[in-house]
Ligand binder design. Sequence first.
Ligand code: FPP
Length: 250
Amino acid sequence: MPLFKKKSRTASLQTETPSVLPRHIGIIMDGNGRWAKKRNLPRQAGHAYGAKVFRTIVKHCEKRGIGYLTVYAFSTENWARPQEEVDAIMNLLRDYLKESLRDFKKENIRTRFIGDRGPLAPDIQELMEEAEASTAHKDGMTLNIAVNYGGRHELVHAMRRMASEAAQGRLNPDEITEDRVSDYLYTAGQPDPDLILRPSGEYRLSNFMIWQSAYAEYVFQDVLWPDYTTEALDAALKEYAKRNRRFGGI
Ligand code: FPP
């Protein structure tokens, strides 16, 4: 028997992964534009690099045993950007969808999209449906990609559905509870996020999961998203493990 056993991959994961892990992480992938500007590159280059980092971080969250990851890829407000930039983000999404449809067998990730798909290009909507259908049976991490998503929009959409069901006598207003409201959100059936990460040095929620994150812990990190690393994610997990969550109690 050798004196020193080679450290197995599982052993190193155990030592690196904090014991208290968030079940659900939300990430506001911010800072792509500033990253590009600092390099005299077009903003689109920042998004392209950000999309690469997104892939790395998804894999890392899965490796760390995170159950749910939600990333903010395009908000209901982002349509106000120059058309060229909107097109570039949509193309990155298209590329990612095509790639993940090609590679979905390799990963145990269930992909879902949250947000209003109506205004998206028909081919993107189709790719989203295909990606959801082909990964629906996966039982590893659930990845929610928020596209044309806004927390207020999500609540309005939920309220309209509830009001319409109530008007038809299918929903009793007295039975509208907090849990019931959650059932009408895009994230129905999923646990609320425990940890929200916002890199780029901004301290805002920007309309991201405003209902679901009522009791989330926030970690703001002073790094632009294209520079975000697996080490930055691990540092946030460590910070989360130190937090004392009381949910309004003592
Ligand atoms: C915010 O940075 C980022 C976005 C609005 C787009 C995020 C998109 C990606 C990371 C790539 C596409 C995603 C997938 C899922 C393939 P910003 O542009 O507001 O940065 P700034 O605040 O520095 O201007």
